[in-house]
Design a binder for this molecule. Structure first.
Ligand SMILES: O=CC(=O)O
Length: 371
């Protein structure tokens, strides 16, 4: 793809991931009412609608429920339908495009932005923005709308689920029963650990981290500490703050990664942090694979230098280090923490709402603002 930094997810679509066609307009939504949303345009009207460049893998669009993304205010220009190399396709078709829709897997850097001189807004289906060159977007006056808060509760549920699974060995004992070992070898070996009372260190106490903290403290009797870019107001966030991730790890039984991926958080969990977490420590990652030095983490898991891991994200998705596949103390999921039927419905509403707001010169529903 030459100098263009665009890649799309290469994941297969799980069976049953199509979303049922429901009427969306009656549902209430944290980003406001969508009752104003116009109904889809006829084919004749559609020709004249402004185009939104779609740089998503078609499989991702199927998961999101393509049928929910229709609007009378715009139409999609689907790069994936062309057999041309992307740069040729964009040069020929997208020079006047003002809006772009991407996913977490669509890397957008200066190379692609150069081919879209009229671009004014990028809407992403992701909560994380690490795939976008934010500085370059800022410099060019391109606004960004993200998935905002719509996934936070689902990701927090998934983080807690992975932690419980690792500690209580749910997936491992499931395999034990299904392989017939209960009958042939007897009771499952002791090794499961309680969640109650565990010291949880959360890296990144944003919207997701706060929900993880609440679940684990209030629901499971854990104690919570955190590391974040900045210490939160202690009147609102009572958990102890650690400026240094290594110190947080040294004082935690489990480290749960919920931060965005930035130059500051890349490999924030490195050899020293893993050593500080120690032999009884567990890592849960629902952030981005590159927040952890994956090679070091794999080595620590293989050599028993940490106790286990629950991982939804990886450094080179969808490639998962093969050593992890063999380990019973590791639970894996395919970057699916955000993927619930309900959140996909909300996503479609939010994406269409953002794009319609843009083309109507109204405020975006979930605009990202630098802080
Ligand atoms: O990982 C998923 C997202 O950032 O939305």
């Amino acid at each position: 793809m030459g100098l263009l930094m665009v890649k799309t997810a290469n994941q297969s679509v799980p069976a049953g991931s199509q979303i049922a066609l429901l009427s969306l307009s009656h549902l209430s939504h944290p980003y406001g009412s969508f009752d104003h949303m116009a109904s889809p345009a006829t084919a004749a009207e559609e020709e004249n609608l402004p185009q939104v460049l779609l740089l998503l893998h078609p499989a991702a669009f199927t998961i999101f429920g393509e049928e929910h993304f229709t609007s009378a205010k715009f139409r999609f220009l689907k790069a994936y339908e062309s057999s041309l190399p992307l740069d040729e396709f964009l040069a020929a078709n997208a020079r006047s495009v003002r809006a772009l829709l991407v996913s977490a897997a669509t890397v957008v850097g200066a190379g692609i932005l150069d081919l879209l001189p009229e671009l004014r807004v990028i809407v992403t289906t992701s909560a994380g923005l690490d795939q976008l060159d934010l500085a370059e977007c800022r410099r060019r006056g391109i606004r960004i709308a993200s998935a905002g808060d719509i996934y936070s509760a689902d990701v927090a549920d998934c983080a807690v689920g992975l932690l419980i699974d690792v500690l209580r060995k749910i997936s491992a004992s499931n395999r034990y029963v299904k392989n017939g070992f209960w009958a042939s070898k007897g009771d499952y070996p002791l090794g499961s650990k309680q969640l109650r009372g565990k010291r949880i260190g959360i890296v990144g106490l944003g919207r997701i981290g706060l929900q993880v903290a609440k679940r684990l403290q209030q629901g499971f009797g854990c104690t919570v500490s955190y590391n974040s870019r900045k210490k939160k107001n202690p009147d609102q966030v009572p958990y102890p703050f650690y400026q240094d991730v290594r110190e947080l790890a040294a004082n935690s039984d489990a480290l749960i990664l919920c931060c965005g991926l930035t130059e500051q958080t890349r490999h924030a969990v490195d050899k020293e942090v893993l050593a500080a977490l120690g032999k009884a420590g567990v890592i849960v990652n629902v952030a981005r694979g590159a927040v952890v030095d994956e090679k070091e983490m794999v080595r620590c898991l293989v050599e028993g230098e940490i106790a286990g891991a629950g991982l939804d994200v990886f450094e080179d998705e969808p490639v998962v280090p093969k050593e992890l596949l063999e380990l019973d103390n590791v639970v894996l999921s395919p970057h699916s923490a955000v993927l619930t039927r309900e959140s996909m419905m909300e996503l479609a509403r939010l994406v269409v709402g953002n794009l319609e707001a843009f083309f109507s010169n109204e405020p975006l529903l979930s605009e990202y603002e630098d802080d």
